[in-house]
Design a protein around this ligand. Structure first.
Ligand SMILES: [Zn+2]
Length: 215
């Protein structure tokens, strides 16, 4: 139900439709059209065209994850994207990229941010469903960002990491009309059913949200 409401809201945003009254009157029609579009994108063999090596964030380098660690999709046409999920990797940048390239790992996020300089690797296209949240629905609706570091090592949470990650999150929010707030930019630990604790208590949410909104 929440998802249905969200899709209606998003459709109106995409069309630039203004008045709340008009939205209520036309809602059913938009919903039907939305469902048709979703069916179309779910036909076997139908997906958005993509160019190998293309990235969604202009400052990212493409370091592709193994295809076993994500599922090809055509988001936001088949699944609406309404969450950004923040992770801390419990590993270095390079080790994180290495495990994402290992097909037996079974998990990958869309991006990895390096601590020392904020360098960003894109490992899965935003079109695709990356396995990072530990929850099917949240994988389908979110973009996942891993950050180099450990939940109990504050030295990894550098200015460069916060600033670069915040620009990345701001861009994701702008692309999919996601509100820049704590309800939509969430810790991995807040995903229902997750037993992960990242990004942990050292992650400075006030600072991060401030940077996202200013980016
Ligand atoms: Zn995580």
């Amino acid at each position: 139900m929440a998802a249905e409401r969200h899709r209606l809201g998003r459709r109106h945003l995409l069309l630039g439709g203004g008045a709340v009254g008009a939205a209520a009157l036309c809602g059913a029609g938009y919903a039907a059209r939305d469902r048709l579009e979703r069916l179309w994108w779910r036909l076997p063999g139908t997906e958005v065209e993509r160019t190998e090596g293309e990235v969604d964030h202009p400052d990212a380098e493409w370091v592709p994850a193994a295809s076993a660690n994500y599922r090809r999709a055509s988001r936001p046409y088949d699944y609406a994207i309404d969450r950004v999920i923040i992770h801390v990797a419990q590993a270095t940048y390079q080790v994180t990229l290495n495990v994402f390239q290992n097909p037996s790992h079974g998990a990958a996020a869309h991006y990895v941010v390096r601590s020392v300089d904020g360098r960003i690797a894109q490992t899965v296209r935003e079109l695709d469903v990356a396995y990072h949240a530990g929850n099917v629905e949240y994988n389908e609706r979110s973009v996942g960002i891993e950050h180099e570091g450990w939940v109990d090592r504050p030295q990894y949470l550098t200015d460069a990491l916060y600033q670069s990650s915040a620009r990345l999150t701001a861009g994701i929010c702008d692309r999919y009309n996601i509100p820049k707030d704590r309800e939509h930019i969430i810790p991995h630990s807040a995903v229902p059913g997750s037993d992960h604790t990242d990004p942990g208590p050292l992650w400075d949410w006030d600072r991060y949200l401030r940077l996202v909104r200013a980016a």
